[in-house]
Design a protein around this ligand. Structure first.
Ligand SMILES: O=C(O)c1cc(=O)[nH]c(=O)n1[C@@H]1O[C@H](COP(=O)(O)O)[C@@H](O)[C@H]1O
Length: 273
């Protein structure tokens, strides 16, 4: 999917919501556990109930890898289901990869070619040659960690290096890399006060913003400081939506939570377009 197509979807749906598909067998409704592939059945129900309210789905691969080969198959069935049934939805493999160049190339193939995700999250720690192999794929997007939502973000990301905070160095340096137009960045919703500074460095880039809902970040604060002329934000909520209920009404309750977020987003977008 191109960035322009993503922007069009945001305008059509009046939403910039990314629903996180972080499936934990201990948290999903018990009746699903009797089915052959509970993870896929859970995802399918959530996707069918929320697809008109969101523009993206973000399965975090940890929640699939934890169940071994069966988990990986559930991930494959989930991405295939989204691509076949709702092809206008942007898909994010939240895998936080990155390695020496030839290894990164294989990670990129796994997520962009084999699984056919639109995007993958990567860590910047290993630098240019660990990220550029991802950027080489046309109409695919690489979402690099900039300032993360967790407490540990302050361990390294905000340290001053050569007179500038490290997350700013990461943003600035990444703009010099080949095919950097394929980059998006992760900025945690719990760090809303940093968005103004971040927008000075990457005014036009899309930002994936996790941390609303279960982690306590504020949607309105993020929008106030982080939104650009094309919205430029994908706001993720995982647990706050998918675990709204663990009864047989789980999909309905997930829809209700997604709807609340979409309506808040519609209110904000309507002032813009
Ligand atoms: O890259 C991410 O998506 C990510 C980055 C970050 O800084 N913080 C963060 O929470 N995430 C992911 O976003 C999701 C947040 O889930 P909830 O807190 O349940 O909404 C999880 O899949 C996290 O792994």
């Amino acid at each position: 999917m191109t960035t322009q197509q993503l922007i069009e979807q945001i305008k059509i749906k009046k939403s910039f919501l990314a629903v996180g598909l972080d499936v934990d067998l201990d948290k999903i409704p018990k009746h699903l556990l009797e089915l052959e592939d509970p993870i896929f059945e859970f995802n399918k129900a959530i996707i069918d109930a929320t697809h008109d309210l969101c523009v993206a789905y973000k399965p975090n691969t940890a929640f699939y890898e934890a169940y071994g080969i069966k988990g990986w198959m559930s991930l494959q069935k989930t991405i295939n289901y989204i691509n076949e049934t709702y092809p206008d939805i942007f898909t994010i493999a939240d895998a936080k990869r990155g390695d020496i160049g030839n290894t990164s190339s294989m990670y990129a193939k796994a997520f962009f070619e084999d699984l056919n995700f639109d995007s993958v999250t990567v860590a910047p720690y290993m630098g240019k040659d660990s990220v550029e192999p991802f950027l080489a794929f046309e109409n695919k997007h690489t979402i690099m960690l900039a300032l993360t939502s967790n407490e540990g973000a302050f361990d390294f990301q905000t340290l001053t290096v050569d007179g500038k905070e490290l997350y700013k160095q990461v943003l600035e340096t990444s703009k010099t890399w080949k095919n950097c137009e394929n980059l998006m960045y992760v900025v945690g919703a719990t760090k809303a006060e940093y968005f103004t500074e971040i927008r000075k460095i990457v005014p036009d880039s899309f930002l994936l913003v996790p941390g609303v809902g279960a982690q306590g970040g504020s949607l309105s604060e993020v929008c106030k400081y982080g939104m650009n002329a094309n919205v430029g934000l994908l706001i993720n909520s995982s647990r706050g939506i998918i675990y709204a209920s663990n009864g047989t009404d789980f999909a309905e309750k997930a829809r209700a939570e997604a709807l609340k977020m979409q309506q808040e987003m519609e209110g904000i977008i309507s002032l813009k377009f």
